[in-house]
Ligand binder design. Structure first.
Ligand code: GLP
Length: 261
């Protein structure tokens, strides 16, 4: 696990964007894993900027989102597919049919989840997965207690997550759906490179468990310690509880330019 602490979210966005651009140069038809939430927004902003400057094309890329609320109608502005389209994919040249997301409106939920797993496999798996982290340590919507071996399935959101996300629903926690479909922890672990972003003091405890705590289903993101290629991008506030922060800063400062993340 590589932990990188940089001064501000824009700097984190540039480092993650560098990795996406390098991947697409190597493999123009790469499979990207996209996360919603505010943490990845600087990455999307930077990628849009570079696309507009003619420095990167997504024309042959494919993308899979992590999760979706159950029961939000297709025209709801907070449906995760709509959010990803609005924040990112509609602003670059990714083909509309190259964006895949779990179907939160499906009548047969288990079949929709199995179909999503199959689609990821058929695409050859995710090359680079962008992740945020919830204040309770969830990734995608794998809440505390999630099986570390889980695959795409329905989950019940915790009160904490619903209240964290109420800001997107006019601060009305009751308007936040109670259920979601989410890639499982094993689904996420199958991606080849995981890039997790976290900013702000509200993430410091979850980040402390993720990077330096024991692996536990109580802090689902800790499973990432078992992945061979994880980059954790943090601002100083999110890194506020890391014991080895001076070491992570030193490592990044002395990293050879050619290495990338
Ligand atoms: C939601 C999403 C997660 C995201 C988390 C944190 O619960 N399902 O994928 O990581 O929120 O969001 P934010 O980055 O806005 O703090």
């Amino acid at each position: 696990m590589e932990t990188v602490i940089l001064d501000d979210p824009a700097a984190l966005g540039r480092v993650a964007a560098d990795a996406v651009v390098a991947l697409l140069e190597r493999r123009p038809d790469a499979v990207l894993g996209l996360a919603t939430g505010s943490s990845p927004l600087p990455v999307y902003e930077e990628l849009v900027r570079r696309h507009e400057a003619g420095k990167v094309s997504f024309a042959r890329a494919r993308a899979f989102t992590l999760d979706e609320y159950v029961g939000l109608p297709e025209d709801h502005p907070e449906r995760y597919r709509t959010v990803i389209e609005r924040e990112f994919t509609s602003r670059v040249d990714l083909r509309a049919d190259a964006l895949h997301s779990p179907d939160g409106t499906a009548e047969d939920i288990p079949a929709a989840c199995a179909a999503y797993e199959d689609a990821i496999l058929a695409a050859g798996g995710v090359d680079l997965q962008i992740l945020g982290i919830g204040s309770d340590g969830h990734i995608a919507f794998n809440e505390p207690g999630s099986s570390l071996a889980s695959r795409t399935r329905i989950k019940t959101l915790t009160r904490q997550t619903r209240s964290d996300n109420a800001r997107f629903f006019d601060d009305d926690v009751d308007a936040v759906p109670t259920h979601c479909l989410t890639q499982g922890l094993a689904t996420i672990m199958a991606a080849r490179h995981l890039v997790l972003l976290a900013t702000g003091r509200g993430k410091a405890e979850a980040v402390h468990h993720l990077v330096e705590g024991p692996v536990s289903a109580m802090w689902p993101a800790t499973i990432l310690q078992h992945h061979p290629h994880v980059t954790v991008l943090l601002d100083p506030a999110a890194a506020g509880r890391l014991q080895l922060a001076p070491y992570y800063r030193e490592t990044w400062a002395s990293k050879p330019d050619w290495q990338g993340i």
